[in-house]
Write a protein that binds this ligand. Structure first.
Ligand code: CU
Length: 186
């Protein structure tokens, strides 16, 4: 059926243009194009690139969230977003120059209902374990390493329950400013 075929071609071309434009502006963008033909009819299912305000890219049930920390003791995002059940690859980049012992950053994602003040207090004294308190490990969903200027680290995890999860830097004194919410939706 030439008309349907022509329509599909136009759609595919349009998708390619969108993809090219997206690739220019984003670090990574993915589109999933599923194209299948039955005996008598062509069916097409096009899924647009899943891009949120957080520069995330969805690739077959996996998303990458990038968070930056700097020498001014700040994250670049107060909010991250993800979906339940997908593998979340969280990348922390320290864009500064100050070494770990003076301006170390990590990201710790806490379980819902955690007493954040209590956790932070315990973390501050956990020098030997890079400010990850052994006594409160059960409150942590995931965390990166503690890193210094110019370094990065990544951690992968998944969350099955929709909710709002606090993330913070557990370096002493940082979490008052270096804190945000990971919103996980169905
Ligand atoms: Cu920090």
């Amino acid at each position: 059926m030439p008309e349907i075929y022509g329509l599909n071609l136009r759609k595919i071309l349009k998708m390619r243009i969108i993809k090219n434009i997206a690739a220019i502006f984003l670090l990574s963008t993915t589109s999933i194009l599923i194209f299948s033909c039955g005996n008598n009819q062509g069916t097409e299912k096009v899924e647009a690139p899943a891009i949120s305000a957080n520069d995330t890219a969805a690739v077959e049930g996996k998303i990458t969230l990038t968070l930056e920390g700097n020498d001014l003791m700040k994250y670049n995002k107060k909010e991250l977003r993800a979906k339940t059940g997908v593998t979340i690859r969280l990348v922390l980049v320290h864009t500064g120059k100050i070494p770990k012992n003076a301006m170390g950053h990590n990201v710790v994602i806490l379980k819902e209902g955690t007493d954040v003040s209590e956790f932070v207090n315990k973390a501050a004294s956990a020098v030997g374990t890079d400010y990850i308190p052994e006594s409160h490990k059960d409150k942590i969903i995931a965390h990166t390493r503690m890193i210094g200027g110019g370094e990065f680290d990544a951690v992968e995890f998944a969350i099955d329950k929709p909710g709002s999860y606090v993330y913070l830097c557990s370096f002493p004194g940082h979490s008052a400013i270096m804190r945000g919410i990971l919103i996980v939706e169905e």
